[in-house]
Structure formats: structure tokens, C-alpha cells
Design a protein around this ligand. Sequence first.
Ligand code: RNT
Ligand code: ZN
Length: 414
Amino acid sequence: MKNSFEAAKKQYSDFGVDVEKAMARVASIPVSLHCWQGDDVAGFENDMSLDGGIAVTGNYPGRARNGEELRRDLELVFSLIPGVKKLNLHASYAEDTNGKVDRDEIEVKHFQRWIDWAKKNNAGLDFNPTFFSHPMAKDGLTLSHPSKKIRDFWVRHAIACRRIGAEFGRKLGKTCVENLWIPDGYKDTPADRLAPRRRLEEALDRVFEEKFSAKNLVDAVECKLFGIGSESYVVGSHEFYMGYAVSRKMALCLDAGHFHPTEVISDKLTSALLFVPNVLLHVSRGIRWDSDHVVTLSDELRAIGEEIIRHNFEKKIFIGLDYFDASINRIAAWAIGARNMQKSLLLAAVEPYELVKKAEASGDFTSRLALLEEFKTLPFGAVWDEYCERQGVPVGAEWLKQVKDYEKDVLSKR
Ligand code: RNT
Ligand code: ZN
């Protein structure tokens, strides 16, 4: 293996690429793992089934049923993935509430177990208010609901969550990126497209009124094109949140599965970042009408990695994963997607970018295309394996054996 790595290193260096530097660079970029892949977005509150226009299909055995199980699963996942890790929590993963604390009353103490766990695993925590799977969201409307009482409830929830997120950041010494997504929309053609958006704008301004140190908390807002049951109209559309984030100088969350099927978020980053301070990525894989398939090493994933690396956006773009699959081993689903995210970053970091950039600048588009195609078959596999080995995580498909053993010893007994 060492030989193939040395040979690969030489081949890259002939193109002017320092593989060592590339590995060190990627090893410092945090990737936030979404807690909800482990339990089908169920959370720990009650028996409410998942709603809000998102759905998990499959019933593979071994779903985590409580915090202990989810944390144990996550420890295995973390050990399979190179790089700096964060964990992205939803408010519905609060603990020690005895079923008595509603979402508008949650406090940081309800996440103490997560904080302790994050410390132990040297991970940061990101956070999300949860605007679905709750009686107050049953009309499919939350912050844009015509009833002030319902809007107020959700404003209180979002405010409570921002306080919790800021505490995560402070207690862990790692910025908490907090993302707000609401499911609000209509199945069929609305009569009034304006009023819900006005109500949402007003509600968001109340949510974001309180100021926190950006060292502890960064706020993001996430748009969507449509959801199940909100096919005709989504209140928080792309234009809505692009406008909101630009005018309020906040982070814009771009979910790879939330746009038209041929529209890609990789092309949006250089535009958005001219006008908003930060982008949060929800790395996902849309297929036809579904937005949440396990992330594979697709052209789009590679393009996302390239945009981050080529423009030195690693401090401006926060990377989070967002998908859920219960039709395969859930831990494998996490590992596959997160390892692919890392691969896309490393692939981009060893790209002989200066050469193509030079070709482009001189108007030599022939060389630009020819070189980009040649780079696709450079010996990346050897670099990736070496990177995994140095990071102390399984090389190649070795990780799969560990997941299968865990399935036999732990998951199959749940
Ligand atoms: C839903 C959004 C949102 C959720 C998570 C659970 O369409 O993508 O980000 O997937 O918050
Ligand atoms: Zn998302």
C-alpha cells in the first residue's frame, strides 16, 4: 500500500499538487453528522409519527430507540469516518423531560447528556428547532399559521432553541450552527401566497431578535421547493429565504435535495456567498421527487467539494449531512454518506486546479476540458486509503465488516 501511495504522490506532484498539504487541509474541515439518520427522524418525545412532508421508508432492524442507543451507534459511526466531526441535533432529541416539558419550554439541561457525550468524543454540536411531528404543527403550518397562538408557540420554541444552541457553542468552545426549517405550505393552489410569507417574516424577526456572540451561535434558514403534502406552495421558498438571509445578514442553508431535479446547489455557492456571510450545506441526494437519499460520490457531490476547496470557502461554508434511509443498515448509511463527503473534499484538494484555471484564463478551453477529464483517473484511491490509515479509521471496505459485526451483536437484539 505504501508503494502505491508513494507512486500516487509522485504522479500528483508532477501536476504541481502537494498531497500532504491536501490531506492536512481536509483533515481540519468539520463535517456535521445528522443524528436523525439513526432513528428515522423519530426523536425521543412521544409516539407522534413523522410528518411535515418528510418521510422515511424501510424498516431495517436496529433503529435506535433512545439516547443511549443512538449515542452508542454514533460512536461506531465516528470511528469509521476520517476528519473533524460535529453532531447535528434536533430539538426533538431532548432528554430528561419526563414527557412534561413541551417544545416551547426546553432548556439546555435537557441536552446535558448530549453535551457530555460531545465533550467525551471531542465533537461540536449543531442544532435545529423541530417544527414537525407535534400537535401544534398538525395543520402543516407553524410560524406562518394564521392563528397568533400557534405562531407564538413556535416563536417561543425557536427562541428556546437559539438559547440552547448558544449554550452548546459556549460550553463546547465550538460554534453551534443552528438551522431553521419549517414545513409550512399547501397541498393545493393557495388563494393568497402573500399573507403566509408576511407572517413568516414577522415571526422570524421575533425569533432572531435576541443577539448572541457569533463565536457561539450562527443562525441559518433553509428553503424548500415542495414537500409531501405541500406540493403547490411552500411558504419558505428559495426566494423567501435568500431575501431574508441577505437582508438580515445570516447564513443561508442550501439542501441539495430542495431544488428542481436539474438544478444544483454547487452552482449557487459562489453567488450566495457574495451576499450572505455563510452558507450551511445540507448534503443530500435528491432522486426524482425525494430529497433524502444516502449521499453517494456523484458528480454533484464532487462539484460541491470543488467549490469549497477551489475558493477557500471552508470557513464560510458549514457542511452538514441530511438524509434518512431505513431500508439498509442505518449505521452503514451514515458511514457511506460521510465517507463520501470526505472523499469529495479530498478529491477536490488534490485537484491540479491551478493548471485548469490557467488554461481558462488564457482562453484555452480545449486544455481546460482535456485536463479536467484526465484528472478524473489520477490514482486517488491510494491517497484516500493513506488518508484513512493516518486518521486511524478503516481503509477501503474494512469498515463494513465492523458494521456487520455490530449488527449481529447489537442491532439485531433491539
Ligand atoms: C426537510 C429539511 C430538513 C430536515 C431535517 C430533519 O426537508 O431538509 O433539514 O430534513 O431538519
Ligand atoms: Zn435539509
